[in-house]
Design a protein. Structure first.
Length: 415
């Protein structure tokens, strides 16, 4: 990855790219929309919208249940999405990719199907202070059932994980270690390879929450060396209700199913049911077929752009936005890690985050305010909430300028 720089890349035609995202052209409260809430959910290109539309218009049927033409087309499209996802994250096999409704379902699957059967009183699960609730609460639920505990590795003021502490906390009672690849609040990129190496040395499986990484950087699960990697589709240009869990085959083979029902069985008898092989063993019921057709189109979109270009543009925007925000008196930025993805959390002295977000919205600026599903992180910084501007490759410097102008107006109103 290249270091952040402030010169404008010349080969990146952002206006052409923006034309692919119809929603970016709308206005809000009579002002041009400036969408800076991409870590919450990204906007969708026409190719994704059209793929979903075409699926319903021309190919709609259930998967794996019908031998008729439409059933075959729907199944091929759904399974094709699994193939694309497997290649996107460099899984060794498509059978290691479980299609889920998002990261939350993916992590819960690991919690109930991998962790719970292995946990006994006195065991522990290690996570970190900077996690989204999706990488905390499932562990608390299974810990409560099994008599295990949840430990959280600390971070420093800059918002970086204290990696030596994390490693020190990988004690023999830890049965599973967890970490986010990129923080949804701070933008911090965690050193997953190093953590994975240390976990492996100790025979501890590692789960990585990749929700905020896959929209910004190429992910290679084999190179990372983790055991589980969870992603959510709607933050990476895809439809809501899509996502995936990648897991090493040996884990999937040892894990019992989490949901029971149609699609996941080999044979059902009242004397006992046998299950399909992974990945279908974990995919009970009718999935979000059209959603995954859209997700396949989202992956194609990323591939057509290439992460090198995306990364250069986004890092440039991040550096510019950070620089502009730092000029505002009384503005505090949360998260100043050396390696960041384009997420900036901040507060203005004397102003409530929600009031500011509401006033910014009136000027067409969409940012998120609140705890960002990261209560422990808010507790660490001693604040109830922050504002968060999160960028995507379709954002522009002009939008950041508009955001700063609006912010200065809001500051005047509230001071
Ligand atoms: N993990 C992180 C880091 C996130 O940012 C989010 C969403 O905000 C999630 C998990 C949960 O994703 P989903 O709600 O799509 O399952």
């Amino acid at each position: 990855m290249t270091a952040p720089h402030t010169s404008t890349p010349t080969v990146f035609d952002v206006q052409r790219i923006r034309a692919d995202f119809p929603l970016l052209a709308r206005s809000v409260h009579g002002k041009p929309l400036v969408y800076l809430d991409n870590a919450n959910t990204s906007q969708k290109p026409v190719s994704v919208i059209e793929a979903v539309n075409t699926h319903y218009r021309e190919h709609n049927a259930n998967v794996s249940r019908a031998v008729h033409q439409l059933g075959e087309e729907a199944t091929a499209a759904y399974e094709g999405s699994r193939d694309k996802l497997a290649r996107f994250i460099n899984a060794t096999s498509r059978n290691e990719v479980i299609l889920t409704s998002g990261t939350t379902q993916a992590i819960n699957l690991v919690a109930y199907s991998y962790a719970l059967p292995r946990l006994k009183p006195g065991d522990a699960i290690l996570t970190t202070v900077m996690e989204h609730h999706a990488n905390i609460v499932p562990w608390q639920l299974v810990a409560a059932r099994s008599g295990a505990t949840v430990k959280a590795a600390p971070i420093d003021e800059r918002g970086e994980l204290i990696v030596e502490k994390y490693i020190e906390m990988l004690t023999p009672e830890v049965k599973l270690a967890c970490v986010t690849h990129v923080s949804n609040v701070l933008g911090t990129v965690n050193p997953v390879r190093e953590i994975a190496r240390e976990c492996k040395k100790r025979g501890i499986a590692l789960l990585v929450d990749g929700s905020q990484a896959v929209p910004h950087r190429p992910v290679d699960v084999q190179a990372l060396g983790c055991d589980f990697y969870a992603i959510t589709g709607h933050k990476m240009l895809g439809p809501t209700g899509t996502g995936a869990l990648w897991a090493k085959r040996e884990h999937l083979e040892s894990m019992p199913p989490f949901f029971g029902g149609g699609e996941m069985i080999r044979e059902v008898r009242f004397s006992g049911t046998t299950f399909a092989a992974p990945p279908h063993k974990f995919e009970a019921g009718t999935p979000n077929i059209a959603g995954f057709v859209g997700l396949a189109a989202a992956i194609e979109y990323y591939q057509s752009m290439g992460f090198e270009a995306i990364h250069a543009w986004e890092q440039n925007l991040l550096a510019y936005a950070t620089e502009r925000l730092r000029e505002i008196p009384g503005l505090r930025i949360f998260g100043e890690a050396k390696e960041k993805e384009p997420v900036i959390s901040f507060l203005l002295e004397g102003a409530q985050a929600t009031d500011m977000a509401t006033l910014l919205d009136l000027q067409g600026i969409a940012v998120r305010s609140g705890h960002h599903c990261a209560h422990p992180l808010m507790q660490f910084y001693g604040v109830p909430a922050t504002l968060r501007a999160s960028l995507a490759f379709y954002n522009t410097r002009e939008e950041i300028d508009a955001f700063i102008v609006a912010l200065l107006k809001v500051r005047k109103l509230l001071m």
